[in-house]
Design a protein around this ligand. Structure first.
Ligand code: MCA
Ligand code: AMP
Length: 479
């Protein structure tokens, strides 16, 4: 197989990564990641403490060079979820930036600091396997294990082989005319597909540059786009915040107008935000559609028509069909080299995710006459997309039920202009005369699962509406 990162092997002196005022060229990245990779020899699986830093990018590249499957961890993951991910993925080592304080759940694991320089780094380099130029692992070798929420139960680890990563990034090269001259700016988290695979590995595979903002701000976006960045990746919440800022920020409008490509994904970008951005900048935002298990499936092409409400045609090499169509709407099923291999330790879940060789996405869509896919909803109402994060109602309900002041709990998503959907918790308190404070329940979920899974609103009830079978009727709650 050809190398995942040709520019690293070539030792290019051009910029590769920039986080704030710290940066590495492709050659420097090759040296740093090569040194760390050498220290990973004989490691079965490695966890990466995925802070939004240069070290995380180096650590993930090191694991990929060494052929060691990496599990990126959200550094804000709470106790319950972290314990699950560690027990399930059983890493033998955790890579972290020097000085990062790790939670007690990780204290039993050996830790290796990710060093930005080669020799002398804490991971003692040996000029052996793992350095650029070492044999490339086979295409089916697992590269990353990314945890993703389902409707019930804890998150599942999607095993992503190397060929899924190379094929999706090369399909995007084709669709977006993505080259080594592109400079990407983004502020996405580095423990999901969007920020890590598209946002970091994408530019590295093209031999181009990525500038990460650390945290999202419209000011940071404007600054980078007016100083050489050509592409912006973001979730709809970020584009919504851009749309809100544009009327009072001519500098931002000018910077966006000068970009080569503005790309949104992870959730639907509302037509109103598309329109406001187009009106203020003269530029359309293009949408692409993907999923942790499928990586990218469709995209509007560079130079194609950015039609609000659509996510473009299938990418090169990806087959897409709509199943059980009625009135032109069916479930999206996908087949191709972009697919994951399996859910780790979950043969049952893996088997039921496929229909023959086709992956059932659970997304409902129609197709425009020219093949553009139009996503209209989801099969499962118990999956919530908030800020571009996928969150299962069931995992939050289980965490809430663990709280002593909660007798019954149900979780729903409600439309939210900023987040797309906001998490609402419906609670029957253990003691109706003394219900817990809403902030306490939110903080409990943030501490057990992750802050982005916390309810933004808590509503108290005397009883949950149930049908004859005892099942909670969420529709009645929402209505
Ligand atoms: C708030 N915080 C708390 C609590 N409340 N911490 C502990 N306990 C609490 N009770 C902290 C948060 O951790 C955070 O910390 C800060 O307060 C603000 O949190 P929050 O309000 O949740 O942030 P936000 O402003 O709502 O974030 C919006 C966002 C974010 C930046 C757009 O939602 C985001 O990054 N979304 C990206 C999701 C994504 O990448 N999805 C890709 C998966 P601090 O201040 O330190 O930050 S989908 C995918 O990969 C597929 C393949 C695809 O198609 O792309
Ligand atoms: P995740 O499993 O977190 O990777 O999220 C994948 C899901 O995000 C998909 O199944 C879709 O529901 C949603 N999604 C991703 N991109 C888009 C998009 N451009 N428009 C609408 N939904 C999207």
């Amino acid at each position: 197989m050809s190398p995942l990162f040709p520019a690293l092997a070539a030792g290019s002196p051009l910029p590769a990564l920039r986080f704030g005022d710290r940066s590495l060229t492709h050659a420097e990245l090759a040296a740093a990641a090569g040194a760390s990779a050498a220290g990973l020899a004989d490691t079965r699986r490695v966890a990466v403490w995925a802070t939004p830093t240069l070290e995380t990018a180096v650590g993930v590249v090191a694991a990929l060079l060494a052929g060691v499957p990496a599990v990126p961890l959200n550094p804000k993951t709470g106790e319950r979820e972290l314990a699950h991910i560690l027990a399930d993925s059983a890493p033998s080592l955790v890579l972290a930036e020097p000085g990062a304080e790790l939670p007690p759940a990780l204290s039993d694991l050996p830790r290796a600091d990710i060093a930005l320089t080669g020799p002398g780094a804490p991971l003692v380099p040996e000029p052996s396997s793992g350095a650029p130029g070492a044999p490339e692992p086979p295409p089916e070798a697992p590269a990353l294990i990314v945890y993703t929420s389902g409707t019930t139960g804890p998150p599942k680890g999607a095993v992503l082989p190397r060929r899924a990563i190379t094929s999706t990034l090369d399909a995007l090269e084709d669709a977006w005319q993505w080259t080594a001259d592109d400079v990407l700016v983004h502020a996405l988290p580095l423990f999901h597909v969007h920020g890590l695979i598209l946002g970091i590995l994408g530019p590295l595979r093209r031999g181009g540059e990525v500038r990460h903002l650390g945290r999202f701000s419209t000011e940071g976006v404007a600054r980078e786009l007016e100083s050489g960045a050509t592409m912006l990746f973001g979730v709809p919440t970020m584009y919504h915040r851009i749309a809100e800022a544009l009327p009072g920020d001519p500098r931002l409008a000018k910077a966006l107008a000068g970009a080569r490509l503005l790309v949104s994904g992870s959730a639907a970008l509302p037509v109103h935000d598309h329109e406001r951005i187009a009106a203020a900048t003269g530029r359309g935002v293009i949408e692409r559609y993907g999923m942790t298990e499928t990586l990218m499936s469709t995209s509007v092409r560079a130079g194609g028509e950015p039609r609000p409400g659509t996510v473009g045609p299938p990418l090169k090499g990806v087959e897409l069909r709509l199943v059980d169509e009625s009135d032109g709407i069916g479930e999206i099923q996908v087949r191709g080299p972009n697919l994951f291999t399996e859910y780790l330790n979950r043969p049952d879940a893996t088997a039921s995710a496929f229909d023959g060789g086709w992956f059932r996405t659970g997304d409902m869509a129609s197709r425009d006459p020219d093949g553009y896919v139009r996503i209209v909803g989801r099969k499962a109402t118990d999956l919530i997309k908030s800020g571009g994060y996928k969150i299962g109602a069931g995992e939050i309900e289980n965490a809430l039920l663990d709280h002593p002041a909660v007798r019954e709990a149900a979780v729903t998503g409600e439309p939210d202009a900023d987040l797309g959907e906001r998490i609402v918790a419906w609670i029957v308190p253990a003691d109706p005369s003394e219900p817990p404070a809403p902030e306490e329940l939110s903080a409990h979920v943030a501490a057990q699962l992750a802050p982005h899974k916390r309810p933004r609103e808590v509503r108290f009830l005397e009883a949950l509406p149930r049908n004859d079978m005892g099942k909670i009727m969420k529709r009645a709650l929402r209505d």
